[in-house]
Design a protein around this ligand. Structure first.
Ligand code: PRT
Ligand code: ZN
Length: 283
């Protein structure tokens, strides 16, 4: 039985549970239970605070886990990063009061920076040869310059709204992060087989996101042109229509491109463009 650690509540909880569900792994909804077993896949879920997931996986109490790359780097426990999952995207940045002029990295020489990520920051400054005082605080990092605790902050930024609200400006991005699947180093072969099945299902789920299935009728002489507009994954699916001289093309397209592609197809004489939701793209 493989054990996976997920965040019990917080930003990554819902998306992690959703990923498992979309990968066909049934788990009980009640996240207040510390441990719950899947009804249809050899996996049990251990719900933890995100800070504890890297260590729990590193020492093998959980075999795998889903956590932000920022936590993996900060905790620095030996684990394998098996797969990037693309959600929970953010960056870790340095920010200073907006009224101060930023002159480059030397700005930070001898300054005080407040953060909940002292490990990542200390390593970065070491690499850049900048000496500054790192003040570790657990939360509300963004208010520390205004109360005189620090000259700047190093924190997670997503939209940037929190920085603006607190009169700060982002001046350096130190790392980009998203949720990652991590694993205990040197998992045995049997567990690794289950992990591989899981990762392949995750890949399929992630590939299907943001994709639509498009069906379009085109005059036969326009097929080549149409295929340039909607290239197929392997070889194009072409079905002759009952109406002679016309064919239907089936293709998977990015949701963001659907309207532009439809307009281009109409321009070359395509008709009856159908766009459908795509449940799964098994790869
Ligand atoms: O209780 P537990 O310890 O499990 O959770 P937590 O409170 O420590 O973490 P949580 O749930 O807030 O975040 C979990 C993970 O989500 C983080 O480790 C990141 O990998 C990822 N993530 C993605 C974020 C954000 N986006 C984010 N915007 N984590 C935090 N924030 C906060 C940030 O701290 C700042 O206060 O949002 C604010 C900035 O957001 P913007 O949009 O205003 O820039
Ligand atoms: Zn946390």
């Amino acid at each position: 039985m493989l054990r996976i650690a997920l965040q019990s509540k917080g930003r990554l909880n819902e998306k992690s549970v959703e990923l498992l569900r979309e990968a066909g792994i049934g788990i009980e909804e009640n996240s207040r239970r510390l441990l719950s077993r899947s009804s249809n896949f050899p996996v049990e879920v251990l719900y933890l605070r995100d800070d504890d997931i890297p260590q729990t996986v590193s020492c093998g109490i959980a075999d795998i886990g889903i956590v932000g790359l920022n936590e993996v780097k900060e905790r620095n426990h030996p684990v394998e990063v098996l797969q990037h999952l693309g959600f929970g995207r953010c960056r870790l940045s340095l920010a200073i009061p907006k009224y101060l002029e930023y002159t480059g990295l030397e700005f930070f020489q001898g300054r005080k920076i407040a953060t909940s990520y002292p490990g990542i920051l200390a390593e970065w400054f070491r690499e850049k040869n900048i000496g500054c005082e790192i003040i570790e605080i657990a939360g509300s990092v963004e208010i520390s310059p205004s109360i005189g605790l620090s000259d700047g902050i190093f924190d997670i930024v997503s939209s940037g709204g929190t920085l603006v609200q607190n009169g700060l400006k982002e001046v350096e991005t130190v790392m980009e992060s998203d949720a990652v699947l991590i694993g205990t180093c040197g998992l045995d072969e049997e567990k690794m087989q289950t992990v591989n099945v899981l990762m392949s299902r995750f890949r399929s789920v992630l590939c299907s996101r943001g994709k639509k299935y498009m069906l379009v009728n085109v005059p036969d002489e326009k097929i080549e042109e149409a295929l340039k507009i909607i290239p197929s994954m392997k070889s194009p699916t072409l079905l002759p229509l009952a109406d002679k001289g016309w064919s239907a093309i089936h293709a998977v397209v990015d949701e963001a491109d659907v309207w532009d592609k439809a307009a281009e197809l109409k321009k070359i004489g395509a008709e009856d463009i159908l766009v459908l939701s795509m449940e799964k793209l098994i790869i």
